[in-house]
Design a protein around this ligand. Sequence first.
Ligand SMILES: *[C@@H]1O[C@H](CO)[C@@H](O)[C@H](O)[C@H]1NC(C)=O
Ligand SMILES: *[C@@H]1O[C@H](CO)[C@@H](O)[C@H](O)[C@H]1NC(C)=O
Ligand SMILES: *[C@@H]1O[C@H](CO)[C@@H](O)[C@H](O)[C@H]1NC(C)=O
Ligand SMILES: *[C@@H]1O[C@H](CO)[C@@H](O)[C@H](O)[C@H]1NC(C)=O
Ligand SMILES: *[C@@H]1O[C@H](CO)[C@@H](O)[C@H](O)[C@H]1NC(C)=O
Ligand SMILES: *[C@@H]1O[C@H](CO)[C@@H](O)[C@H](O)[C@H]1NC(C)=O
Ligand SMILES: *[C@@H]1O[C@H](CO)[C@@H](O)[C@H](O)[C@H]1NC(C)=O
Ligand SMILES: *[C@@H]1O[C@H](CO)[C@@H](O)[C@H](O)[C@H]1NC(C)=O
Ligand SMILES: *[C@@H]1O[C@H](CO)[C@@H](O)[C@H](O)[C@H]1NC(C)=O
Ligand SMILES: *[C@@H]1O[C@H](CO)[C@@H](O)[C@H](O)[C@H]1NC(C)=O
Ligand SMILES: *[C@@H]1O[C@H](CO)[C@@H](O)[C@H](O)[C@H]1NC(C)=O
Length: 547
Amino acid sequence: MRFLLSWCQTVSLGLLGVSAVHAASLSTDAQALFDQSMTIQDAIYDPVASYLHYFYYPLAAGPHETRSSVWHSAGLLQRNQGNDLQEAVKILEKVIGDQEKNMSVQWYGDYTVYPEQPTVGSPAYPPVIYNSWDPNWRGFIGTALIVIYEEYGDLLPDTVQNLILESLYNNTVGDTYRVGGVDGDNLYPAYSNAWLMRTVVGSWTGRKFQDANMTTTGDTSAREFLALFDCNGTLSEFNGPTYAGVSLYALTIAAKYLGTTNSTIGQNAARVIREIWDYESLLWNANLRNFAGPWDRSYGYDMNKYVAIMSLWVWSLTGKTTAFEETSPIWTMTHADDFEISPLVAILSEFHKTLLSDSVLSRLTSFPGEHTYSGHAYAPPADLEPRNITTWLSANLTIGTDSFNQSVVGGYSEDSTSFSPSVVQWLRPDGSIGYFNLYPTETALQATVAPYELSLTYPLGNSTSSFTFVLASNPLGAKRDINGFDDVDGLQIEVVGGTVDPVPKISFCGLAGGACDIVHDFEFWNLTFTMPANSSDIPSIQFKFAL
Ligand SMILES: *[C@@H]1O[C@H](CO)[C@@H](O)[C@H](O)[C@H]1NC(C)=O
Ligand SMILES: *[C@@H]1O[C@H](CO)[C@@H](O)[C@H](O)[C@H]1NC(C)=O
Ligand SMILES: *[C@@H]1O[C@H](CO)[C@@H](O)[C@H](O)[C@H]1NC(C)=O
Ligand SMILES: *[C@@H]1O[C@H](CO)[C@@H](O)[C@H](O)[C@H]1NC(C)=O
Ligand SMILES: *[C@@H]1O[C@H](CO)[C@@H](O)[C@H](O)[C@H]1NC(C)=O
Ligand SMILES: *[C@@H]1O[C@H](CO)[C@@H](O)[C@H](O)[C@H]1NC(C)=O
Ligand SMILES: *[C@@H]1O[C@H](CO)[C@@H](O)[C@H](O)[C@H]1NC(C)=O
Ligand SMILES: *[C@@H]1O[C@H](CO)[C@@H](O)[C@H](O)[C@H]1NC(C)=O
Ligand SMILES: *[C@@H]1O[C@H](CO)[C@@H](O)[C@H](O)[C@H]1NC(C)=O
Ligand SMILES: *[C@@H]1O[C@H](CO)[C@@H](O)[C@H](O)[C@H]1NC(C)=O
Ligand SMILES: *[C@@H]1O[C@H](CO)[C@@H](O)[C@H](O)[C@H]1NC(C)=O
């Protein structure tokens, strides 16, 4: 953690968050989330295979799927009607039966991605991390097994309880093989959601087995996470609509089941959850049903059009209509497979809600009025220094940006399709959401935000740099074609300064045609501003907006 010391002071940690373990009772909102997700899952459950059908992006012809089946088993145990218990037992036996048992391989203790897959590491099926095997499945499935054991263990036969424990033991040992930068792995403390899941699984399992080495490893990982988090009370994986939801899920398990122990993550989880919601609730715009930007690792440009796990938390806390448009059935949305985690969110949500203040819940329900959020996030090794975040939120328009200086293009995950460092969103006349977001192409950005204003500079850019913006298509009934900013529905956009040529090249990245590819299933207009030939200026562009 050498890179931390120059930027952050280590803050002494309060020992908060002692809370009692109690059984899952669901609020009306959490029950609705639970029921609606179980309706879809019941429809795609195959009792012959004891797995859910593969409802995972991209859809597949035939196979089943592993991780969602474990989520379903938690739902079955919570419901516990008819055959639910028997089916849950079958799922757990099947999934754990196929868990990797060869201690010499990098994916030891991991689960299949789908049960029909060839043997990982066989000649026809080379081990490719995040493809033929997914190291994060240990964390996702391990955390779900902890919830199952804690909440419903007494429903399960002793043999299955023991199988779960043995599975978690192997899972924990295998997960220690992960080292950021080694063998294609990227698990550093800044990879917040995956790091937290490993920390929680190891801390819980070590305690269960009274294995001092596992417990110590869990406590060390927790301290490494906290050293980054406490830099500025933010997740390194900042404001990710999907992955902040996973981090909250892992932390809730720590708070609920380890909160009364001396586990480091258990003792800090409740405090960290509160601090995350403190800033996330300031970034939430209830009128737009979106977290304002900037976003790390987002799977789309409008949370009304894809299923983000943070939307599921908001649903469980304050109701479906605060999180989703009533007119879009979940299974018509992109990333609908992420809805399959809903039983776990619902099961944990009542405990989770006890950790949140009324002011946080109130900001989720109704927009509190115009304000500006400023904060910092730090995700080494990609970040060479902490990022500065500024987001201006008004009732119907939000503008949020990162200033950053990074070692790679596309942020921590080196992915320009999911790193969204500059995001403008607005409410359009028909109630839908427009967006105008920078598509990152540079390793450094200086960004300033003021009400109705945005200014972007590439400090390391030159005459070959360009600013590419992802602009939402107009809604049905508004102009079909975009030939300039005058054609944008619901927002006036004006270039008021900068060193770029102020007339952009405009192209369309469409579902069924155009000049460029869709991003995370979102089609958009590509507005690209370039520098005048041979310019020696630093590339910059300034905008003014009006609703
Ligand atoms: C376990 O994996 C190692 C390394 O790939 C291999 O050499 C060994 O044969 C495997 N053992 C079994 C029992 O498959
Ligand atoms: C755990 O791993 C050991 C090998 O280390 C293996 O013998 C055992 O079957 C595994 N247990 C499960 C549940 O996969
Ligand atoms: C203790 O845990 C570390 C990983 O944190 C592992 O490398 C080591 O082999 C473990 N030692 C024992 C005795 O289990
Ligand atoms: C953390 O944020 C506060 C304001 O919220 C600021 O005063 C402080 O300098 C920040 N610390 C770091 C290390 O960025
Ligand atoms: C937690 O308590 C156990 C003994 O009950 C002790 O061995 C361990 O060091 C403690 N851990 C921490 C982080 O205080
Ligand atoms: C935001 O939009 C809503 C719906 O069109 C409208 O009723 C409201 O007056 C707008 N608020 C502001 C501050 O413009
Ligand atoms: C963030 O702000 C601080 C204080 O103004 C500044 O020193 C630092 O260079 C900024 N970082 C980035 C990446 O712009
Ligand atoms: C980025 O960070 C590096 C390392 O701290 C520093 O040398 C460089 O000047 C920074 N670049 C910018 C554009 O701030
Ligand atoms: C502009 O920057 C790019 C990327 O750093 C570099 O490859 C290119 O040579 C530079 N071009 C000029 C004209 O300086
Ligand atoms: C946007 O369009 C430019 C051409 O104007 C192209 O070079 C670039 O690859 C496009 N970017 C995306 C994300 O479609
Ligand atoms: C840009 O510089 C190149 C090489 O110096 C020159 O050939 C070209 O004519 C210049 N272009 C413009 C538009 O000035």
